[in-house]
Design a protein around this ligand. Structure first.
Ligand code: SF4
Ligand code: SF4
Length: 468
């Protein structure tokens, strides 16, 4: 395996490709320090959260369940249905705009701290490698060593653990879409019982293995669309990880007079997971992982020099100015996030526990019926009601007293519909009026129907009544 020679990183091409465009693998050295500790804690929390969410119940429902076939999306006890599309739009738009806002202010903090690509590679797969094969230099020696029985055993063990991790991740991901009970049921059945899910699971396992064990930083460098957007979002005041060139240059040996603080030890490059040299300035390949900050702080501490030769700072900082947080881009993105959040809260709070659709019957617009010797005009409607609440609901359907006083009657009457949580119900209803009375009414009129589902909760919907 060819690995990055970090003292020979060329300016004119990616550090992870040779002059022919062949892949050069990055094996970053282990680093420890304040930022690594904080990142490790966050990564552990995020991994546990991702693995645990499908198994946790809130209000008797999975914390997150994305039921695509039934178009039902459950988030922490609340289920959104297909007609809740605007809410899903608000969630996705708010997430996208929040990411843009965070990037404008703090650069690629998402990539280094919370992106699943970084979290799983650093939190699981590189840990497995370091546990079995050691740090950077031991790994390079291991890969270049001749094939021995010990090397075969270690390689097989590494891949067994990789596959185990990939299988756990793919099962967890599938649990988000089918639910834990269905997942357990499918796991107890032969694959032929649920071929589609089985093939999806195999595919995800394959993608995880390919990406997290081999492709790795290449995804961030050449494929990630968010990474491509950095140039558009960042400005001179965005906080990124940067090298203080004024303080560090000219670099040189520690005891030489007239040189800066950088001793050219290349430690910051050795720990970089994308194989770049941050001293060359802001680069698209930098995922903001903070490894070079800790690495350089460690060197500075040994040399008894102040830390943060590499640190979080803006380009304005580097030029000797203060970073401006109040500026057009954060204001625009922050305002959009604020408006979307308020709109989302409003949309959630005005969301109905029952959804009622009323359409006219597809037969004639009206019909004559005889009851007790009286001729009535009847209009036919189809009710489609869905209970979107977490419990059963009894809905009493009736006309308002004003409509009854005018001579309209609802049939059947009394009418109480009992719906379980998530239940859909189609039900025919009729509005009637005696033919003699209709003469006093325009050809079409709105008749207000009330849907009372207890505790003062009521929906009033108009039904268009027509007569000859
Ligand atoms: S770790 Fe610090 S001192 Fe060493 S090369 Fe990088 S910037 Fe210079
Ligand atoms: S330059 Fe530093 S912060 Fe950027 S990816 Fe490399 S180690 Fe991480």
């Amino acid at each position: 395996m060819s690995t990055v020679d970090f003292r020979q990183i060329p300016d004119e091409r990616l550090s992870t490709t040779d002059e022919l465009g062949n892949r050069i693998h990055v094996i970053p050295a282990k680093v420890s320090g304040v930022w690594s500790q904080r990142k490790n804690i966050l990564h552990a929390f995020l991994i546990i959260l991702l693995l645990a969410l499908p198994w946790i119940s809130v209000n008797g429902k999975p914390a997150i369940l994305l039921n695509l076939p039934d178009r039902e999306f459950t988030f922490f006890g609340t289920t959104l249905y297909a007609h809740d599309g605007p809410l899903v739009f608000f969630i996705l738009a708010t997430a996208a705009m929040t990411l843009a806002f965070v990037t404008v202010v703090w650069g690629r903090v998402w990539c280094g701290w919370a992106c699943p690509q970084t979290v799983f590679i650093e939190g699981i797969f590189r840990r497995i490698e370091r546990m079995l094969l050691g740090d950077r230099m031991q790994q390079i020696a291991f890969y270049n060593a001749p094939l021995t029985f010990g090397k075969i055993i270690k390689t097989l063990t590494k891949w067994a653990l990789f596959v185990l991790a990939a299988v756990v991740l793919s099962h967890t991901l599938v649990a988000y879409f089918v639910g834990k009970n269905n997942l357990f049921h499918m796991m107890g059945q032969p694959p032929a019982e649920s071929w589609t899910v089985f093939v999806i699971m195999l595919f995800i396992t394959g993608v995880v293995l390919f990406d997290f064990t081999w492709f790795r930083e290449q995804f961030c460098i050449i494929m990630c669309p968010y990474g491509r957007l950095q140039g558009l979002l960042l400005d001179q005041n965005s906080i990124t990880i940067a090298y203080d060139e004024k303080r560090g240059e000219p670099r040189g040996k520690p005891n030489v007079k007239g040189v800066g603080d950088c001793v050219d030890c290349y430690r910051c490059v050795a720990v970089c997971p994308t194989g770049i040299d941050i001293r060359k300035g802001q680069q698209l390949e930098c995922i903001g992982c903070t490894a070079c900050i800790d690495a350089c702080n460690d060197v500075m501490a040994k040399l008894k020099r102040p830390p943060e030769l590499i640190g979080y700072r803006s380009l304005k900082n580097l030029e000797g100015f203060k970073t401006r947080f109040v500026r057009p881009r954060p204001i625009v993105f922050g305002s959009i996030v604020f408006i979307l959040t308020i709109s989302f809260i409003f949309a959630v709070s005005s969301r109905k526990e029952i959804n009622i659709d009323i359409i006219r019957g597809i037969d004639t617009p009206y019909e004559h019926i005889q009851e007790n010797g009286t001729d009535f005009i009847a209009n036919h409607y189809k009710l489609h009601i869905k209970n979107q609440s977490n419990g059963p609901i009894a809905i009493t359907v009736q006309l308002s007293p004003e409509e009854t006083a005018k001579g309209f009657t609802l049939s059947p009457q009394p009418l109480t519909l009992n719906l379980q949580s998530k239940q859909n119900l189609d039900f025919p209803i009729f509005i009637k009026m005696s033919s003699a009375t209709t003469k006093d009414f325009p050809l079409t009129s709105n008749v207000m129907a009330e849907f009372d589902y207890g505790n003062g909760r009521k929906v009033v919907r108009p039904l268009v009544f027509v007569h000859p």
